[in-house]
Design a protein around this ligand. Structure first.
Ligand code: NOJ
Ligand code: CA
Length: 558
């Protein structure tokens, strides 16, 4: 059955770095409202805002100290109401980030839990006694060090899967769950279209709370083995859906790492916990494990293709996917997938279309649509992201030199995607009249929105075009709802698939190489839906592609 959220195009905003309306160096909600014309003109239909709730900002808002207030830096509840209302007038919906695996350690629940001996909130978190002066278990937190932090002057420790300023909530406690459900419903009643649901596969912990064999030099063991997608999580996720989401016609996008494909059916599809989930299998193909960046992998285009297709086919079997190539935790896609010497209009647009026309709801991360790239920092002091700092020291620990460690972090740092948006080539890229909270990418004088707007054949123009083709074109049904069918091409750096819907069929071919290449495909029609060059050479048997050329062709099924 078709769902309204399948036809959305979602634009992800990192509010801190989007647009600063009052010159304090920090992007804010009013700043987003001021840019609604731009977003509407781009053609996106929904905005996902990274956390804007009250927060000490240890993890830039993923550490919430009040679920019912906005962080003053971002503005007031009235500002948010205004944004929701004005966006609605432009047919743009808003979803927020839902962070319910943990709170901030500055949340009143946690403060009461550690300061009040009879606190009713003690059981809102996970406290365990130390063993012989040591941590309760050897589990390693995602952001480095132990998951356990000692409570001052006691032998008690609390668990944090992420930073020590992000204590995990105790989902085993019904009161916690009900408080969270009330909060979710409060926001949905406000008129939000739904949520992106943060780190949701971490809410259930292995209840034995035992150490497991270490897998690092520090004697610690991956927390993903004992606190991610654990047995019993189904009870919590079913209840969450029943008591909140299912009462509304909302969209939910689960950040659900660690879900094997054979469990997808529980997570998405008619009976799934969420409308769609992200699959990180191809986003993380440059590293062995998403959280240890020094374990880099040499990957090939064929591997990327195989991973994308595997993911698409598994999702298609049971439900719907969330399609992305960038977000606030990932490097910029051009920098990750395209070699430096090959970065140009053709490779950038080829990459954009490759992801955009996969089956699922496409996400565009702020700045992606103007071709923003990674920003190389020359000192570890220039990083803000706590996982970058952790990974720098982890790399040193593993024996890498300082230069190597910096290089590793530059490739993967979450700060790559968090530099302010480039509006123009004036001071601070037009982002702020004050001092930006984080260094700008120095290439803003060349890569910026204004320059894109003044250029013929710009990346921006291309994004507008692909959005228009998917949303309001002759082949919209096919490009939105159509099945995906990978095409078996024996050239390793060409990716090709078909989208098929009723009597429509679109062949999509992407030359992921700086050389011209031909593939044999019997194409009957020459109704070119999209092409990043002016021309395309197609014979009855062959398509001849120029370097990084992409074409979408409406044709009979091949
Ligand atoms: C995933 C978020 O995307 C990331 O930015 C954050 O640090 C962690 N979850 C913890 O909330
Ligand atoms: Ca501001």
């Amino acid at each position: 059955m078709k769902k309204w959220w399948q036809k959305e195009v979602i634009y992800q905003i990192y509010p801190k770095s989007f647009y600063d309306s009052n010159g304090d160096g920090i992007g804010d909600v009013k700043g987003i409202t001021e840019k609604l014309d731009y977003l509407s003109d781009l053609g996106v239909t929904m905005l996902w805002l990274c956390p804007i709730y009250r927060s000490p900002m240890d993890d830039n808002g993923y550490d919430i100290s009040d679920y019912y207030q906005l962080n003053p830096e971002f503005g007031t509840m009235e500002d948010l109401d205004e944004l929701i209302e004005k966006a609605k007038k432009k047919n743009i919906k808003i979803i927020l980030d839902l962070v319910i695996n943990h709170t901030s350690d500055e949340h009143p629940w946690f403060q009461d839990a550690i300061n009040n001996p009879n606190s009713p909130y003690k059981d809102y978190y996970i406290f365990k006694e130390g063993k012989d002066g040591e941590e309760p278990t050897n589990w390693r937190s995602i952001f480095g060090g132990s998951v356990w932090e000692k409570v001052k002057d006691t032998n008690e420790y609390y668990l944090h899967v992420f930073s020590k300023k992000q204590p995990d909530l105790n989902w085993e406690n019904e009161k916690v769950r009900n408080d969270l459900y009330d909060m979710v419903n409060y926001w949905l009643d406000k008129g939000l279209a739904g949520f992106r649901v943060d780190a949701i596969t971490f809410i259930k912990k292995d209840q034995s709370y035992e150490s497991i064999p270490s897998d690092g030099v520090d004697g610690l063991a991956k927390v993903t083995k004992c606190a991610r997608n654990q047995k019993g999580i189904e009870k919590f996720l079913t209840e969450l859906k029943e008591k909140t989401f299912s009462k509304y016609d909302c969209v939910t996008v689960g950040e659900a790492p660690g879900v094997p494909y054979d469990q997808l059916e529980d997570f998405i599809g008619e009976k799934g916990y969420f409308s769609m989930i992200f699959d990180f299998s191809y986003a993380d193909l440059d590293v062995e494990s998403g959280s240890e960046w020094f374990k880099r992998r040499n990957w090939t285009i064929k591997e990327l293709r195989d991973r994308i297709f595997k993911s698409q086919l598994e999702m298609q079997k049971v439900g719907w996917g969330a399609i992305f190539s960038e977000n606030h935790d990932q490097p910029r896609s051009i920098s990750k997938y395209i070699k430096e010497e090959d970065r140009n209009y053709y490779s950038t647009t080829m990459l954009a279309a490759l992801f955009f026309f996969l089956r699922g709801t496409p996400f565009i991360y702020q700045g992606q649509e103007i071709g923003m790239t990674n920003f190389e920092r020359t000192s570890i002091d220039d990083f803000n992201d706590l996982s970058s700092i952790d990974q720098y020291y982890r790399s040193l620990e593993e024996g890498f030199s300082k230069e190597e460690a910096l290089h590793i972090v530059n490739l993967r740092s979450r700060d790559n995607g968090r530099t302010p948006f480039h509006w123009d080539d004036t001071k601070n890229a037009g982002f702020s009249l004050g001092t930006p909270w984080i260094k700008l990418n120095e290439n803003y004088t060349e890569i910026n929105l204004k320059a894109e707007e003044n250029k013929k054949d710009s990346v921006l123009e291309f994004y507008k075009k692909i959005i228009q083709i998917r949303q309001n074109g002759k082949y919209s049904d096919c490009l939105i709802y159509g099945d995906i069918l990978p095409l078996d091409i024996d050239i390793d750096d060409i990716i090709a698939y078909q989208r098929c819907y009723e009597n429509q069929n679109i062949v999509c071919v992407f030359n992921f190489s700086n050389k011209s290449q031909s593939i044999s495909l019997p194409i009957k029609s020459t109704d070119i839906v999209l092409n990043n060059y002016d021309t395309i050479s197609i014979t009855e048997q062959e398509i001849n592609l120029k370097p990084f050329q992409l074409v979408l062709i409406a044709t009979e099924k091949v």
